[in-house]
Design a protein around this ligand. Structure first.
Ligand code: APR
Ligand code: PHB
Length: 397
């Protein structure tokens, strides 16, 4: 088998890349370890920044998102039992976020790729990548116990944090920048109408809590918990009690319902540099992870592949490798700004056991500042709705 771009991973990064390449006349094959059902049902993030919404819409895959997504023009920061709204609309000249689950984005992209005759091989086992620094890299895998080889011009490593692409780069090439956090998030999906119109980020002495949603019938809620916490220690009534306490606010009531999903996820900030080696380009979680507090993981993955799709199509169009050569550099400028924002939101809102009373008052001082200064609120707002995408230099062929 042969293709122009071999893509490992059918998460948002791999699928958006494959779709954008298709729109620009570049051929790709996507290899995914899991089943189609698994990737379409995996419970993940759900906040799309304006850039992501615009890109999906312009790329012709935004129809259901526009119909079913919930457009929010602000978020609430809650502390000392009071809510404070950050008004995105006013602070960012009308920009907004859209609540639409990652699984739905993935579903729409898979439908679009398959409808256009694209190839996504699900349940591709033992995927390995070879000859990255030669003229024709190769992907080996097994499908239905049969070995297969896919020759490519380029490989896109879109296989997430635990994938095989990043570890296939020879030792000594990559620098790793990392920070782990001494807590995790317990997340639930509950059959309950959202208790608030907009997302609520709550700072509390007992730890952070977040109220989010997926639809008018489905709430998504999170609690800061210990990093090694066992989900078995969290029966439903304990979860609701803790959410009621941490989200408590005058005149407000938490709407409860049947919990249909429960899971714990660790928190980490992680970047590798560079994001490319020979003819391999890493994108999304394969290259970087952010803690979820700013809802940036999915959006950053989409930002990477937008740069990569433009660079690849420029190459196929004019033979010019300039954009490809600068792929990593172009992405990392945004990556580090988003890392900063996600780290800052995380640090401001969570309880760190190593903190003393001074630190907790400092956090409250920061929250007070962010919610009372237009300049500070605007900083949060412009990052949350998504920093502008840099214009790429491109031939028009
Ligand atoms: N072979 C083939 N596919 C693989 C392999 C492998 N060896 N390892 C992992 N994969 C697949 C995973 O099954 C997954 O479907 O790669 C895909 C990676 O998708 P994501 O983890 O979703 O990563 P990405 O596309 O970069 O999306 C960014 O944003 O909300 C955040 O972390 C969240 O997934 C999210 C991310
Ligand atoms: C979510 O809805 O899953 C969500 C929302 C906001 C975040 C993180 C996750 O910061």
């Amino acid at each position: 088998m042969r293709t122009q771009v071999g893509i490992v991973g059918a998460g948002p990064a791999g699928l958006v890349l494959s779709h954008l390449l298709h729109l620009q006349g570049v051929d790709s094959v996507v290899l995914e370890a899991r089943t189609r059902e698994y990737v379409q049902e995996r419970v993940r993030a759900g906040v799309l920044e304006q850039n992501t919404v615009d890109l999906l819409t312009e790329a012709g895959v935004g129809e259901r998102m526009c119909r079913e997504g919930l457009v929010h023009h602000g978020i609430e920061l809650r502390f000392r039992g009071r809510g404070h709204r950050i008004d995105f609309h006013q602070l960012t000249e009308g920009r907004a976020i859209t609540i639409y689950a990652q699984a739905e984005v993935v579903r729409d992209l898979i439908d679009a790729r398959l409808a256009a005759g694209g190839t996504i091989t699900f349940e591709a086992a033992d995927v390995s990548i070879h000859d990255l620094d030669g003229p024709q890299p190769l992907i080996r895998f097994r499908k239905n116990s049969e070995s297969a080889e896919l020759y490519c011009d380029f490989i896109a490593g879109c296989d997430g944090f635990h994938g095989i692409c990043r570890p296939s780069i020879p030792p000594g090439v990559l620098s790793v920048y990392e920070r782990t956090y001494p807590f995790a998030w317990l997340g639930i999906l509950a059959e309950a109408a959202p208790s608030s119109q907009e997302l609520v980020y709550s700072y509390h002495d007992r730890g952070f809590a977040l109220l989010s949603m997926r639809s008018q019938q489905l709430s998504r809620l999170y609690l800061q918990c210990a990093p090694d916490e066992d989900v078995e220690n969290w029966p439903d009534d304990r979860i609701w009690r803790e959410l009621r306490t941490r989200l408590a606010c005058d005149g407000w009531k938490l709407i409860e319902g049947r919990i249909v999903q429960k899971s714990i996820a660790g928190m980490r900030s992680f970047v590798v540099e560079p994001m490319q080696y020979g003819r391999l380009f890493l994108a999304g979680d394969a290259a970087h992870i952010v803690p979820p507090t700013g809802a940036k993981g999915l959006n950053l993955a989409v930002a990477d592949v937008r740069v990569l799709a433009d660079a690849l199509s420029e190459f196929y169009c004019s033979g010019n490798r300039e954009l490809l050569n600068h792929y990593s550099e172009s992405c990392l400028r945004r990556v580090w700004k988003v890392q900063r924002f996600s780290w800052w939101m995380t640090s401001m809102l969570h309880r760190f056991d190593s903190d003393n009373a001074f630190d907790r008052r400092r956090q409250l001082g920061e929250l007070d500042y962010v919610t009372s200064s237009r300049a500070a609120a605007q900083t949060l707002a412009e990052n949350y709705v998504g920093l502008p995408m840099e214009k790429m230099w491109k031939n028009n062929c």
